[in-house]
Design a protein around this ligand. Structure first.
Ligand code: AMP
Length: 422
């Protein structure tokens, strides 16, 4: 097995990794780091939880530090990371700070939903590494506050989710402003044709690395399913939370409304809970996340988009209160637990309507999830599955076109069923 030393990393970075307790590179790190240090473009098929942030941040920091020694004039922003969500942007920012703590680079994270003043001031004062969500970056570029024409390193992170969230035009506009000569890295958990095409338009002769494909759910995650009627899900959740061994649990719902409902119910029952979703302010989301990380609250309720990429050490339990209608989301959700070698437990609640989602999920992960049938709220309304999917199906015309947005490939299962539910 390779060590970080064998990957040719410099001392200041090795020390920072050691201080973080990283003893061995993860597979994506041992594959990607040497290629990136050779200045290759990179196409990475990897989901969060594989150590992919360090796989790109570490070699970029090292290359930048070598440039620093050579450079006579210090250019402005040299590295741009584009990522779809604010939470992910903040986490990547923290990672750059951690791995680069013995180097003297200035990192700034920018995202929407907050006032731009402080972000603009920081950029004016000079930064080396910019981590941004697409909307806010374009805003500041349009206002003339950010110039990305002298970028040396460009990372497009979570490309599939970027498309899924409708950022494709923003991303393309940003790419059109990048200098031709640059090193580009492209990461996506899935590689449907539309993503591959986008990658081809950004990368030059890229090296390819692929780890833990989305279809092979991490073996170390212990997954189970409870069949339960929709109206009994909160009672079942309470029942499961009675187990004091469950120290911290991330609960997923499909909708913001669903997240709020569960939060209220748990709060009423004196279980400290907060929710993160798109309707919450950035501060409220970050506050909830910090309280959860600091173990001040036991339960965090999240929707898929808000939880994307969230990295919580020692998260042992994920509960899918509602199963996702996009099977890939299931893999992303359960990937919040069992990170970097830890064991995790993923519990899914499945009502009659969701049986079709479960089928898609099992098809994607290539195995049947064991069922826990011995519980106080067994499924009674088995027949809903026959009655309900029909009205949820989009009209035939829409299905034939595969939906109207660019992510229709990615959403293949959702378009077959309830794309209207999100
Ligand atoms: P990521 O896929 O970048 O979101 O990383 C997932 C988690 O793995 C984060 O908590 C990292 O701090 C952790 N991690 C990344 N690389 C290593 C490593 N080589 N050894 C131990 N933990 C790591």
């Amino acid at each position: 097995m390779t060590s970080f030393q064998e990957l040719g990393l410099i001392d200041p970075i090795l020390k920072a990794l050691l201080a973080e307790g990283y003893t061995q590179p993860t597979p994506i790190q041992s594959q990607a780091i040497p290629l990136l240090l050779k200045k290759r473009d990179l196409l990475g098929c990897a989901q969060t939880g594989t150590g992919k942030t360090a796989a790109f941040a570490v070699p970029i920091l090292q290359l930048m530090s070598a440039e620093n020694r050579e450079a006579t004039t210090r250019p402005s922003i040299r590295c741009l990371i584009l990522t779809p969500t604010r939470e992910l942007a903040i986490q990547i920012g923290e990672s750059f700070e951690t791995y680069g703590k013995n180097l003297k680079f200035k990192t700034k994270v920018i995202y929407g939903g907050v006032k731009q003043g402080k972000q603009v001031d920081a950029i004016k004062n000079g930064i080396d590494i910019l981590i941004a969500t697409p909307g806010r970056l374009l805003d500041l570029m349009d206002q003339g506050h950010v110039d990305i024409s002298r970028i040396h390193y460009f990372v497009l992170d979570e490309a599939d989710r970027m498309l899924d969230m409708g950022f494709v035009h923003d991303v393309k506009r940003i790419i059109s402003k990048l200098p031709h000569k640059r090193q580009s890295l492209f990461f996506s958990a899935t590689m449907p044709p539309v993503i591959k095409k986008l990658a081809d338009s950004i990368l030059a002769n890229p090296a390819k690395v692929e780890v833990t494909p989305v279809s092979s759910t991490a073996e170390k995650i212990n997954q189970v399913i409870y069949f339960v009627d929709k109206e009994n899900k909160t009672s079942l959740l309470m029942d499961i939370l009675n187990d004091s061994k469950i120290e911290r649990v991330l609960v997923f719902t499909r909708t913001k409304h669903g997240a709020d409902k569960v939060t209220k119910h748990l709060a009423k029952n004196k279980i400290p809970t907060l929710a993160i979703h798109g309707n919450k302010s950035q501060n409220a989301r970050q506050d909830a996340l910090n309280k959860f990380k600091d173990k001040k609250i036991r339960v965090l309720i999240a929707t898929d988009i808000a939880a994307r990429g969230i990295d919580i050490d020692e998260l042992t339990h994920v509960i899918n209160f509602e199963l996702p209608n996009i099977p890939e989301s299931y893999v992303h959700r359960i990937g919040r637990t069992g990170r970097a070698g830890a064991n995790g437990i993923a519990i899914g609640f499945c009502d009659a309507e969701e049986k079709a989602y479960l089928k898609d999920i099992q098809k994607l992960i290539g195995k049947e999830i064991p069922v826990i049938s011995d519980h106080p709220y067994p499924l009674m309304k088995h027949d809903v599955v026959k009655a309900s999917p029909k009205p949820q199906r989009p009209p035939r015309s829409q299905r034939a076109q595969g939906g109207s947005n660019a992510s229709s490939n990615y959403k293949r299962s959702a378009s077959k069923k309830s794309s209207t539910r999100r």
